[in-house]
Design a protein around this ligand. Sequence first.
Ligand code: C2E
Ligand code: MG
Ligand code: MG
Length: 440
Amino acid sequence: MSDPGSSIMHAPPPGRRGIAALAAMVVPRPTWRFVVLAEIGNFAPIRRHVGCARADLLVEDVLARVRAELPDLRAFAAGRSSVEIAFEGDAASDLDCTLDLLRDACARPFDLDGEEHRLDIVFGAAAGRVPQTDDIRLIEEAEAALAEARTIDSPVRHDLAGPGAREVRRLAQELRVAINEDQLLLLYQPKVHVRRQEIGSAEALVRWRHPVRGLVLPGDFITAAEDGGVIDLLTLWTIRRAIVDQRRLQASGHDLRIFINISGQLLADEAFVDAACRLVAEADAKLGFEVTETSVIRDPQSAIANLQRFADIGITIAIDDYGAGLSSLAYLKQLPARELKIDKLFVTQLTSSNRDPLIVRSTIDLAHALEMEVVAEGVETHAALALLTVMGCDMVQGFLISRPIALDALMTFLVEDHHHQAPQDTRASFTRLAAAWKRG
Ligand code: C2E
Ligand code: MG
Ligand code: MG
């Protein structure tokens, strides 16, 4: 077998510190870039009170507060009375969460040489997609948003990409109809357990059979569903459908756990969490929820508490797209997650990049140290499968094994694969798996 990554396969395993260092190297590949301008609105009256010399240091006070409370953001002085803050994220809504945190951080009084003063901070912000948006446009939009914010006395954001507000409203309205008229459908993509050679679970991926536009992929409507306030309805529909489909699978002898993608926004939505728990508990369904780590970082307290509620009723929690967003080892170990899914960006480049095998290998070790099983998503080639197998990856998912397919096709797939499920030694298992997957 040709193996471009063999130096990794034979390298000694990194020690614990090595694992943490490598895991910390995981490069975020965010899809949004944000700039926030924070201006001290009451600079002039405070300067009158504390004098010019002290007033000139006010920006440093704001910077110190921001850096202490939100250390992941890059903050620097942008003039006598304003601060520029830059950061990245994987959803447009990250900006709103950070603006809330910034407002809270700056709302508390500042100690100016023993006297407490409130600073009225005005926020103007801009969001742009990476890599399409250039930094200068982003700053100009943040400046325009700040000018607006000064007049209305509340934060203003300008988005440079994604559907406009009117388009979001239209899509959200169409989605409501789609949910009621059964235009949505779920496809399933199996996850294969490498050592056991078993398909123990499948991920449900939503599609929209649009009456005019044909089949629409989730990338084109999930953000609008989130921004337009229909993601809860959509996800409850998904859960109901997955429960029905899981029963059908069970009745035909395939006891698979079905994983559903849960938008980060919903982890802080108590009404959604109540409804989802009720649905799953009443059906006694074997489900899993995939959530991204970034979605937890937004509001860790309620996200962790709600994930625990899900875990308590038997829902398996998987961390999706690991390495693609903002990763935090501090939160990772607090999550009641049993699976960690390595983002497909690392997996698809596994055998062509020098760094990605290191990252994947260290992530597998890290997840195992945290007693989680590892799923590699985006497995497209035999070379990637071989490398992942030797690295100790527990499960694989990707076009090499199966594309997302309809429920009936999944049942056929499962029936055809039954004879591959006998346990064998690793080498023989691998050869058989590779042979089986070559067919498809
Ligand atoms: P995800 O959860 O990370 O799902 C994996 C995506 O990668 C899927 O795209 C899948 O079709 C694709 N994929 C699977 N194997 C391969 C492979 O070998 N190579 C490549 N290049 N791609 C592969 P899809 O179905 O378009 O979904 C995109 C994203 O949309 C999902 O990413 C998930 O974040 C979101 N999504 C899908 N269904 C739902 C849903 O019901 N609710 C929510 N909130 N989000 C959903
Ligand atoms: Mg997923
Ligand atoms: Mg994923």
